[in-house]
Design a protein around this ligand. Structure first.
Ligand code: PGD
Length: 839
């Protein structure tokens, strides 16, 4: 350590740095010699991750093999085999503080965030530093300066739910700024309640059993379930994939409408229809126009179950804008031949047709429109609520449509009571915290909350007023960010602007397992354990609730990593006993919560009686046995049909919309008077699309979800070597386009626009329409000195503007780029190594 460095460490807020050596120096093989009681040294451990229930083989205290617990489908899920890399690669092993922040947290040279070296400090000192600086921000700027929205996919597990634990910690210490919405369904979850009375995107779907028995046509509209069903929010049971296998064997006609010939399209041997990106609304409007002209509209359905069709029809006929939305008009916009548009519309009307839509098309400029228009089209077809027809917005996600099992559902971590914050001072916790409900917490967090996808805008523009869903929101002045369980430097759009935004607040704290781009942008990084280093419990099957799986600690924590629960408990300890007790529920350990969550499910199954649900053993037996409990579906759920009750009785089973009916025209939205979201579904030209492409940016960029990662998770594992091209993220280019550009399969290319530039590896074929390129989201951001991403993080190129004033969702799939062969010397990819000071 240099003298200079010693000097600043001394003055650095009175904290001491540790010698840069591992804490287990002296032990020959600490993993093998210090196995904690109860931890298996050699044998098998059952755990679960978003990518399924896993059977881990442990040898000498280390994970050596990772396999699925049960083989449900013939399809392999590669994500299930890389657990060892998830434990041992790219780890944050110790607490670190950015050099300038350690020297002077009051003036921490924010412009160096993400560039400067880190200094290792002791765990205790890091805890003291976070607690002190957080309190300082509260005392000087109030709770509205503390951002804890902290969005992300974290790890599976109901106890070590890092995001909720962060909320719990920030609540007991006095509140924080939260967010509304998410990146997945930002637009649809706001528009759908106006249209069908529920958010729809996270709802159980008509049972697959019904689809297989009654559908004649299945349309997969902008979705890639064979890829996205490899994971789910809790842990996947993979049954959705098994149903897609059955669909492939059935006689049902499958059509994929997508600019990319996806894995799903190829797997199902489906008919591929490729519209220009972001033009599905125009395509659907053309279909609607055609159905009216050939009198293939179910008017009885429209009259009984919907409101506003006449206003919509007036729009189709061009009554307000003079533009008739006929098939010719649609074809010119979306690029699908007129004959095909007509043929598809009639095929849907003439046959029981299930329109399965993904969410990618609503992650686009005016993303509120596609699903609203899809519901309108489905209403015209009149099959909603039938066994084989209608629409579904979650077949591609978390195995929607897999029948729900009759069993117990475990409890989970809650966001806890909110500390009292008055006149700029934290006044402690309320005397009786038991009276605080979850709703109160939500209200508190909502006071300053803003739509998640506006985060960079909010950080850069404190005090700015925006319109959101009929209200005005004023951005808070954020000076302290605490992020856990997410990777915003990768997941948020327009990375270069995002980097500027992240250099705004005084303090950024991140608990992370790996040296992600977000961890590298922090001032204080706390080393978090992976889920394989701690005990937990999870449901498996988000809609099916098919299993309860134990997630037993498999190996010792790496380095000095700690569970998020432990980190936050220790932070609370600094604030005093009452705060610690409120956070830990009077000193509970992780296992106490796990048992409690299990027992709540046990009580449910006991209430059903053994006849109706699989009996569950006591918690102790369950934990000792180290096996998941599996529940079965009953006849009711096997035959379950979405909207059936409403169709049978639209009065008693009215929808949650203002009229109780499906709203093709919303009087409430009309009152908002937004220029970018009208009172009925409509075509809006996106800010960037092939219709306004230029010589500078001639290609539409799609940033689909990757098949071999979960967003950015696993990018650092050796699974990457199976898909990376020349060490870079692959970009899919149409053969004809590549030929024109002189690009061959395997070439490194520069992809660029006015927002930024990335390197990527060319994959040239005809699985993508001409004029469109596709770079998966989730590649780790790896800037060189000039800001070019050496690995290929898609969001360097995307736009950070809202879908509309209604939902303010992200528009990750709208955007134009240019592309050229990279001729220079290839820079080394450093995305997966530790930053300076932490090597
Ligand atoms: P993940 O890669 O899952 O991405 O964004 P999200 O941030 O959810 O990041 C999770 C992070 O949490 C990882 O870094 C992981 O290491 C960390 N983590 C996991 N478990 C724990 C834990 O127990 N404790 C702590 N402290 N950390 C943990 C995904 C987001 O990206 C989403 S949901 C969508 S839908 C969007 N999709 C797109 C898109 O289609 N196109 C583009 N261009 N961009 C997108 N961004 C969005």
């Amino acid at each position: 350590m240099s003298v200079d460095r010693r000097k600043f460490l001394k003055i650095g807020a009175g904290l001491s740095a540790l010698p840069l050596m591992p804490s287990f120096v002296g032990a020959k093989n600490p993993q093998a010699t210090s196995i904690k009681p109860g931890l298996i040294k050699d044998g098998k451990v059952i755990t679960a991750a978003h990518w399924g229930i896993l059977n881990l083989s442990i040898k000498d205290g280390k994970v050596v093999k990772s396999e699925p617990y049960e083989k449900i489908t013939k399809m392999d899920n590669p994500l299930q085999h890389y657990t060892a890399d998830m434990i041992y690669k790219s780890r944050v092993k110790y607490p670190y503080v950015r050099k300038s922040y350690l020297e002077n947290p009051d003036n921490p040279k924010r412009e160096l965030r993400g560039k400067e070296e880190f200094v290792r400090v002791s765990y205790e000192d890091a805890i003291k530093l976070i607690a002190r600086e957080l309190k300082k921000t509260r005392d000087t700027k109030g709770a509205s300066a503390i951002f804890g929205g902290s969005y992300g996919w974290k790890s599976s597990g109901n106890m070590q739910n890092s995001r909720i634990l962060l909320h719990r910690f920030l609540n007991v210490t006095g509140g924080f700024v939260g967010v509304t919405g998410d990146y997945s369904t930002g637009a649809s979850q706001v528009i759908m309640p106006y249209v069908v009375g529920s958010i729809e995107v996270y709802e159980q779907q008509t049972s697959w059993e019904n689809i297989l028995s009654d559908s004649k046509v299945v349309v997969i509209w902008g979705a890639n379930p064979i890829s996205t069903l490899r994971i789910s929010w809790t842990a996947t049971e993979q049954e959705g994939l098994a149903y897609f296998e059955k669909l492939k064997k059935s006689k049902i006609k499958v059509i994929c409408i997508d600019p990319v010939r996806t894995e799903t399209c190829k797997f199902l041997d489906a008919e591929w229809i490729a519209p220009r990106p972001n033009t599905d609304v125009a395509l659907m409007l053309g279909m609607a126009y055609h159905l009216i002209s050939v009198k293939k509209v179910n008017y009885e359905f429209l009259e009984t179950y919907t409101t506003g069709f006449n206003e919509f029809k007036a729009y189709l006929d061009g009554k307000g804008d003079g533009v008739v939305k006929n098939v010719k008009w649609a074809s010119e916009i979306c690029g699908i031949k007129e004959r095909k548009i007509k043929q598809l519309a009639e095929l849907f009307y003439d046959n029981p047709t299930m329109l399965m839509s993904g969410w990618g098309m609503q992650r686009a400029h005016h993303g509120e429109q596609p699903h609203w228009m899809l519901v309108t089209l489905a209403s015209m077809l009149g099959q909603i609520g039938t066994k084989g027809g209608g629409f579904g917005l979650s077949y591609h996600y978390s195995n929607g449509g897999v029948p729900t099992c009759k069993g117990g559902v475990i409890g989970g971590m809650t966001a806890g009571p909110v500390g009292i914050w008055k006149n700029g001072k934290f006044r402690g916790l309320p005397k009786d915290t038991s009276t605080q409900s979850g709703a109160e917490w939500l209200q508190n967090a909502a006071t300053y909350s803003f739509p998640l996808a506006r985060i960079a805008d909010a950080l850069l523009n404190p005090g700015k007023k925006i319109q959101h869903n009929g209200h005005e929101i004023t951005y808070p002045d954020i000076d302290f960010i605490y992020w856990v369980g997410g990777n915003p430097l990768v997941h948020h759009q327009d990375t270069n602007t995002n980097v500027k935004a992240w250099r705004k607040p005084r303090t950024v704290v991140v608990n992370e397992i790996y040296w992600t781009p977000t961890a590298k942008m922090a001032d204080i990084v706390m080393p978090a354990t992976s889920s394989y280093e701690r005990d937990d419990i999870t449901m498996v099957g988000d809609y099916s609730n098919m299993f309860i799986a134990p997630m037993k600690q498999a190996v010792l924590p790496v380095g000095e990593s700690r569970d998020d629960y432990e980190i936050f408990s220790d932070l609370c300890r600094v604030y005093g006993k009452n705060v610690y007790n409120a956070f830990t529920d009077n000193g509970k350990k992780a296992k106490d919560f796990i048992k409690e969550y299990y027992n709540s499910a046990l009580a449910q199954t006991q209430a059903y009686g053994a006849e109706f649900a699989t009996p569950m053993p006591s918690f102790e037996e369950f934990w000792a046995k180290n096996e998941p409990i599996k529940f079965a579906a009953n006849i009711e759920s096997l035959e379950w049909t979405r909207f059936k009750d409403f169709i049978e009785d639209p009065i008693l089973e009215a929808l949650g919309t203002e009229s109780g009916l499906i709203e093709i025209y919303s009087k409430t939205i009309e009152t908002y008077n937004y220029d970018d979201c009208k009172a009925h579904p409509a075509w809006f030209e996106p800010i960037e699309w092939l219709g306004n492409a230029t010589k500078e940016a001639p290609f539409h960029l799609l940033t689909n979800h990757p098949a071999d990662r979960l967003h950015s998770q696993m990018c650092h594992t050796s699974l990457r070597e199976t898909y990376a091209v020349n060490g870079r993220e692959p970009i899919l280019i149409n053969s004809k386009d590549a030929r024109k550009l002189g690009i061959k399969n395997g070439d490194v290319v520069r992809v660029f626009n006015k927002r930024g530039e990335v390197l990527a590896g060319a994959v040239v074929n005809n699985d993508i329409m001409s004029g469109v390129v596709m770079l998966h989201e989730g590649g780790w951001y790896d800037p060189n000195e000039e800001g070019m991403c050496k690995y290929g993080s898609a969001n360097v190129l995307t736009l950070d503007i809202p879908t509309s004033k209604l939902a303010n969702g992200n528009i990750a799939h709208t955007g134009l780029v240019n592309i050229e062969k990279f001729e220079g010397e290839l820079p080394k990819v450093t995305a997966f190594s530790a930053p300076k000071g932490a090597e």
